[in-house]
Design a protein around this ligand. Sequence first.
Ligand SMILES: C[S@@+](CC[C@H](N)C(=O)[O-])C[C@H]1O[C@@H](n2cnc3c(N)ncnc32)[C@H](O)[C@@H]1O
Length: 278
Amino acid sequence: MIEQDVAKHYCGRSTDLEEKILQALQKSGKDLNNLVWTDLGGLDEFHLRKREATVEMAELLNLQPETRILDAGSGLGGPSRYLASEFGCHITGIDLSGTFCNVARSFARRFGLDDRLSYQQGSVLELPFQDDSFDVVWTQHVSMNIGNKTGFFTELARVLKPDGMLACYDIIAGTGVPIDFPVPWAETEKISFLASAEEQKQAITYSGLKILSWDDKSQEALAWLEIAQEKLREEKELPQSHKVFRGEGFSEVMSNLVRNFQSGRTRVVQIIGRKPVS
Ligand SMILES: C[S@@+](CC[C@H](N)C(=O)[O-])C[C@H]1O[C@@H](n2cnc3c(N)ncnc32)[C@H](O)[C@@H]1O
């Protein structure tokens, strides 16, 4: 089953994930007794341009302390910790990976954010929430692992309140020419489902959401990736953070990412949408 394969892809290698992350932080010079959430430094944001992209998208949403957000495919919870700390809002994260949810929950407690953050294991294709529950549905780098785009956006639209906002930052197909694997979201094409821009727009519109803005961030992402690749080369050895998640295969993943973006076979877009009032 695809969802099991996706969960295994992200978490298959990880036993004692929290312990490994803490060890990596300690090796990089952080004091574990006085750790603050920003010390994770992007290790907990699994998307291109990390915090920069999160900050950019959050700025478009007029977030307030009373805003209720669903983070669909919340991973290790880095973006939700940022949203809770910066804007004081309440975020519910949902992710296929029970391990990721446990680590996210534990970090929320460790950093005193657990009154605003909660995480639960589950599928974004079958959300365990009532209709019209959230002011904002936030999702970053998740739809690449989902074949049923219409089902995905329809489920997100269902749990959004009327007038609620969709904030989506995702990788889509570019030229239509097959991409090089492995990439961060898939070892092979088996769990990679890149929609074209047209297909992604159609799926969102079909779900009843109105697209307010569609910003192609591929150029920024490529510039960021090229710098990251250069750093990886200069350091010769993988940084601790990359070892935690990808092991020694990371250089190949990075080269493929750069090549896929350079050739226009992948693109990354930031989409803001709204659920119309009835
Ligand atoms: C590339 S990570 C992004 C994590 C997080 N959004 C971030 O940007 O840091 C993709 C995440 O989506 C989750 N995911 C993929 N398909 C999912 C599904 N059908 N339901 C719930 N989570 C899913 C994966 O388990 C993984 O944690």
